[in-house]
Design a protein around this ligand. Structure first.
Ligand code: SF4
Ligand code: SF4
Length: 67
């Protein structure tokens, strides 16, 4: 199983990673980070296939995928 982590404090809530995930595992949080954006989060870590499309898509290198 892959592990996906987000540097939530630097996410700007652009949603590119949400669109990029082929398994539709990422959504924007209802809460706000310290910059005032809704940060991305993974909904089901167990279902992640480790493709790293989300990390590749993120313009701010918020996402790390470990296999
Ligand atoms: S690594 Fe792939 S499957 Fe896992 S959250 Fe990112 S885009 Fe989705
Ligand atoms: S692509 Fe990066 S900056 Fe945009 S919502 Fe996803 S994690 Fe945040």
């Amino acid at each position: 199983m892959a592990k996906v982590t987000f540097q939530t404090n630097i996410c700007k809530g652009c949603g590119l990673c949400v669109v990029a995930c082929p398994k539709k595992l990422i959504e924007l949080s209802g809460g706000l980070n310290e910059k005032g954006y809704h940060p991305a989060e993974i909904t089901n870590q167990e279902a992640c296939i480790g493709c790293a499309f989300c990390a590749t898509m993120c313009p701010d290198c918020v996402i790390t995928v470990e296999k």
